[in-house]
Design a protein around this ligand. Structure first.
Ligand SMILES: *Cc1c(COP(=O)(O)O)cnc(C)c1O
Length: 392
């Protein structure tokens, strides 16, 4: 089955739901059993790995509909929902480390995951080494006997470096470490982590799976080999997500293919347009043929999403504010992956440790939404005019 078809059928079951197209919202904590025997049988079946409704926190048909759709699309064994993407990132790491272990973390990782490593993992005696996202097979030199996890994210948050994931996975597996990937940028549609050696894939479903900027949710998908160890910990940590949010995510994912194709097309158009602007120093988008990560992206990825960055030629802060403050179509705010365009200034030089990020050319991250691209370029062009006037 092709992905577009999987998106329509995976995780749905109209026959079990009176013909209703979407799996309904089951609000549940307590689940009643008619007899002592049936309750005991249910608990025994669950302990044996069978999936059945026994308590709200442990899953309902609503949660399974989303989990199954994501697992099938990503090509993993099974998925677990989390109340946010960040909870999913933390949960994925926590399931595979103990005191004394070591984690290798890409220097281009989503910022809050860096905070989790530096402040939270440290308290529990887990050490973290950041590595250059461009390291590829060279990661081998950094793997220690106690390295349990190599964490990758491609392209990198804010800076969009591509990573050679198969090469990193080969090195990690050769030394007994697991590969965890944050696959939010490509979504389950445009990168197939399990075909490239990843053991555990994280999705901030908040972004493209939900797609409408109104729900926090996360998912972790693993290989069959990793599932038992992983899900036991997820359950012990009490991880689940609210049924209404799960419902919105499983509704959102049905249109992922059409949305993502348009985000990709619009973003590539805007990226090319920005490249031609005199105010712009460079554009960081692996889908552009002259991007340093383009060959890897072309080899491993099936498409690009709507998120990328560009760097301005050196301008003072007040000129950047003049550019951004009065944009009409680009909103300024965290997150991305909804239908609307967003823009944010950012300075990765503050937190990089394994690599140096020079701050001479201010970085602007952009999420290109589903608006008409000519309206978006008009908005940006007016912003550039304000920027130039403010810099005079
Ligand atoms: C947004 C984001 C997350 C965290 O997701 P939340 O749902 O906001 O907690 C994790 N990784 C990446 C790459 C993200 O962009």
């Amino acid at each position: 089955m092709k992905d577009e078809t999987k998106l329509v059928v995976a995780g749905r079951d109209p026959e079990a739901n009176f013909g209703i197209v979407n799996v309904p919202v089951y609000h549940a904590s307590t689940v009643l059993f008619p007899t002592v025997e049936s309750r005991e049988a249910a608990h025994a079946a669950r302990a044996g790995g069978e999936r059945l409704v026994s308590y709200g926190r442990l899953g309902t048909p609503t949660t399974w509909s989303l989990e199954d759709a994501v697992a099938q699309l990503e090509g993993g064994y099974r998925s677990q929902v989390y109340p946010s993407g960040m909870a999913a990132c933390a949960g994925a790491i926590l399931a595979f480390v103990k005191a004394g272990d070591h984690v290798l973390m890409t220097d281009s990782v989503y910022g809050p995951v860096r905070g989790f490593c530096d402040k939270f993992l440290k308290r529990f005696g887990v050490t973290v080494t950041y590595y250059d996202p461009l390291i590829g097979a060279g990661i081998k030199e950094l793997i220690r006997p106690e390295t349990r996890v190599v964490y990758v994210e491609a392209p990198g948050s804010l800076t969009f470096e591509m990573q050679d994931i198969p090469a990193i996975a080969e090195a990690a597996h050769g030394k007994g470490a697991k590969v965890i990937m944050d696959n939010t940028w490509a979504s389950p549609l445009f990168f197939k982590p399990f075909e490239h050696g990843v053991d555990v894939s994280v999705q901030a479903g908040t972004k493209y799976i939900v797609g409408h900027s109104d729900v926090m949710i996360g998912l972790v998908t693993t290989t069959e080999e990793c599932w038992g160890e992983f899900v036991r910990d997820a359950n012990m940590l009490g991880q689940t997500a609210g049924p209404d949010d799960v419902y919105l995510a499983q509704r959102g994912i049905r249109t992922l293919a059409v949305r993502l194709k348009q985000h990709m097309e619009n973003a590539l158009h805007i990226a090319e347009w920005l490249k031609g602007r005199p105010e712009v120093h460079s554009v960081l988008h692996p889908g552009l043929p002259d991007d340093p990560g383009h060959a890897l992206w072309k080899r491993d990825f099936l498409g690009a999403s709507g998120l990328f960055s560009f760097r301005l030629k050196s301008v003072p802060k007040k000129a950047i504010a003049a550019f951004l403050d009065d944009l009409e179509l680009f909103g300024m705010g965290s997150s991305w992956g909804g239908y609307e365009s967003l823009i944010l200034p950012s300075d990765p030089s503050h937190y990089r440790t394994a690599t140096k990020w020079d701050d001479a050319n201010p970085l602007i991250r952009i999420h290109v939404g589903l608006e008409a691209v000519t309206d978006l370029t008009d908005d940006l062009a007016a912003g550039f005019a304000r920027m130039t006037a403010a810099n005079r």
